[in-house]
Write a new protein. Structure first.
Length: 65
């Protein structure tokens, strides 16, 4: 089996990696414009690159200080 690097992570996985709730992540994503939202029928899911996660982490730290 080939070793495949994940290029995108789901909102749930991103929230776990960043140590925040999904709602906090959605709020930061909405305010910053980071993340790619895909629609499938009535469902929607937002995906993040690791670079976007780094940027979100920096934004989260700035709002705390």
């Amino acid at each position: 089996m080939k070793n495949q690097d994940l290029k995108f992570v789901t909102t749930r996985r991103a929230a776990v990696l960043l140590g925040m709730s999904e709602s906090e992540l959605r709020q930061i994503s909405s305010e910053s414009g980071l993340g790619l939202t895909e629609h499938a029928g009535e469902q929607e899911e937002t995906f993040f690159t690791y670079e976007e996660l780094r940027q979100i982490c920096q934004l989260a730290v700035q709002t705390v200080h």
